[in-house]
Design a protein around this ligand. Structure first.
Ligand code: PHE
Length: 329
């Protein structure tokens, strides 16, 4: 067979096997079979030396053309294999952007926070500022300055948590913030103080940590009537226009006179908190002249308002942090 016929046969074979190569690896093998150093085209070129001198040029040229054609076929096949692989990949791993996404669970405010914010907004409307104080409090701010005598049974009444190794306590009420705010300022002023307080107590309506909201107002002509008017407005904001209040004479060392108040609830009454006119000695302890200024103060549990509003029967449910409960509000 002539060298030219060899090359034609070789090219014809190359066209089919290249077309049949099913993978990049197979294609690489096919390529080196035809174009490698020991490949078929190379052996045709090597044999040129055995040809008659006048044939050599034509065969060399034909061999180079065959080489170029095979190279082009390999390249085309490589491209075809790659795009087939890509479209297979796309059809297997495609993303349906029209499917609904997984909705992230969204948090919301705790029932206590909701009630607290609502209360503060109400009092801001009456010209009160929101004041804050620490939960670990000195004995003086929690008791002494509020006119609790040393060893007075009232200190025991509150089932105090004492801080080991110091005279500090976990505040048993928000009233110490009265002392802090009044010692730093000149009347007239009005403050509202929501916050956590601590007492050693646990049953369905009591928890060792709970929330109070304290309010106090000091000025030159502040009366018991102002206190009652404020509390009526507050109760009706929280519990509705039909809400009634009942005041029962009571004792607090830091107010005089003092009362406990109940709010009407259905057929009955609900214990709501304490209130009174700020005791002159408390004003004096804060550097305020009781002959010139008077003030009223009140304090109530905030958790109870949250329980009533959200229909939660047990205070512990508010603080267990069980998402299944809290999700309902
Ligand atoms: N601090 C009192 C308590 O916790 C409530 C109170 C506040 C009473 C202000 C009178 C005035 O029981």
């Amino acid at each position: 067979m002539s060298a030219a016929a060899d090359l034609d046969a070789l090219l014809a074979e190359a066209r089919t096997v290249i077309q049949d190569a099913g993978s990049a690896q197979e294609l690489a093998e096919v390529r080196s079979r035809f174009l490698g150093k020991k490949g078929s085209v190379a052996s045709v070129l090597r044999a040129i030396g055995t040809l008659a001198p006048e044939e050599r040029g034509a065969v060399g040229q034909a061999a180079n053309q065959a080489k170029a054609e095979i190279e082009a076929l390999v390249k085309a096949r490589k491209g075809a294999l790659e795009s087939a692989a890509e479209s297979q990949n796309l059809s297997e791993h495609h993303l349906d952007v029209s499917l609904p996404g997984a909705a992230p669970t969204r948090g919301h405010l705790h029932p206590i926070t909701l009630v607290e914010r609502d209360m503060c907004e109400f009092f801001k409307g009456l010209g009160y500022s929101v004041e804050d104080g620490p939960e670990v409090e000195s004995d003086w701010n929690n008791f002494g300055a509020l006119n609790f005598p040393e060893d007075h049974p009232a200190r025991d009444l509150q089932d105090t948590f004492f801080v080991e190794g110091s005279t500090n306590v976990l505040r048993t009420h928000t009233s110490p913030v009265q002392i802090r705010a009044m010692s730093e300022r000149e009347p007239p002023f009005r403050f509202i103080v929501p916050g956590r307080v601590y007492r050693y107590d646990l049953d369905p309506t009591h928890y060792p940590m709970f929330h109070q909201i304290e309010g106090f107002c000091v000025g030159e002509d502040v009366s018991l009537g102002d206190l009652k008017g404020t509390l009526y407005a507050f109760a009706r904001h929280l519990f509705g226009e039909q809400a009634e209040l009942r005041f029962r004479a009571h004792f607090f060392p830091f107010t005089e006179p003092s009362a406990e108040m109940d709010v009407s609830w259905g057929e009955g009454w609900l214990e709501w908190g304490g209130c009174g006119m700020i005791h002159p000695r408390v004003l004096l302890n804060c550097g305020i002249d009781p002959d010139r200024f008077q003030g009223f103060a009140f304090g109530m549990a905030l958790d109870r308002a949250a329980m009533i509003r959200s229909g939660i029967p047990n205070i512990q449910l508010l603080f267990d942090g069980d998402v299944r409960v809290l999700e309902q509000f």
